[in-house]
Design a binder for this molecule. Structure first.
Ligand code: XMP
Ligand code: MG
Length: 187
């Protein structure tokens, strides 16, 4: 164990309490959007980054809903994702035409991953209504025409960790979102 958690965070961007408050606010927005729909609601969490956010959000959304998960991997240079997405774990159901699908993701960054996923869900799973819910939105780096429908925080172009987000698989368990010190990934 050579990564010291306390010394890895440059600055806290979203505190535990701020996240709790925002999750409640977007849960109400999500309820209002779906409450009169005839279709069932599927919350689709993208592993692994969404796991903490998904667990908190699904408890706050007071609507009947199902959950499923996908694990996607994108091959890109360093911290930048590419459009080349590989499905590491797929959906249980093939036909989702009876569902409204709410994608739950940790962060919308370049948009490459979710742009690909939305098209994939339409093409392979007959999805008609797809919305995007993310904890974080980093619009400065967007490469694809895609935006967040239900979002908690817009953040600057910094590498962030915590509340599900990792650096080399570490720090997902931090209860807040913080900026990772540059010296950690630049050394
Ligand atoms: P995009 O939108 O670029 O994002 O396809 C794909 C995935 O990149 C990860 N990502 C981050 N992970 N800190 C992280 O821990 C970050 O600042 C960050 N920015 C992007 C994330 O897994 C996202 O799903
Ligand atoms: Mg992710």
């Amino acid at each position: 164990m050579n990564l010291n958690y306390e010394n890895a965070v440059e600055r806290v961007l979203c505190s535990e309490n701020e996240i709790k408050e925002k999750v409640k606010i977007i849960a109400r927005d999500i309820e209002n959007y779906y409450k009169d729909s005839e279709k069932k609601l599927l919350m689709l969490g993208i592993l692994k980054g969404s796991v903490v956010f998904m667990a908190d959000l699904m408890k706050e959304v007071h609507l009947p809903l199902e959950v499923d998960f996908m694990r996607l991997s994108s091959y890109g240079k360093g911290a930048v994702s590419s459009g080349n997405i590989v499905i590491k774990a797929g959906l249980e159901k093939k036909d989702l035409s009876e569902y409204n699908v709410l994608i739950v993701e940790d962060i919308l960054d370049t948009g490459n991953t979710l742009f690909w996923l939305v098209n994939y869900l339409k093409r392979e799973h007959n999805c008609e209504d797809i919305k995007i819910c993310t904890l974080l939105d980093k619009p400065d780096r967007r490469e694809k025409p895609i935006s967040v429908d239900f979002g908690c925080f817009t953040i600057p172009d910094e590498f962030v960790i915590g509340y599900g987000l990792d650096y080399n698989e570490m720090f997902r368990d931090l209860p807040y979102v913080g900026i990772l010190k540059r010296e950690i990934y630049e050394k």
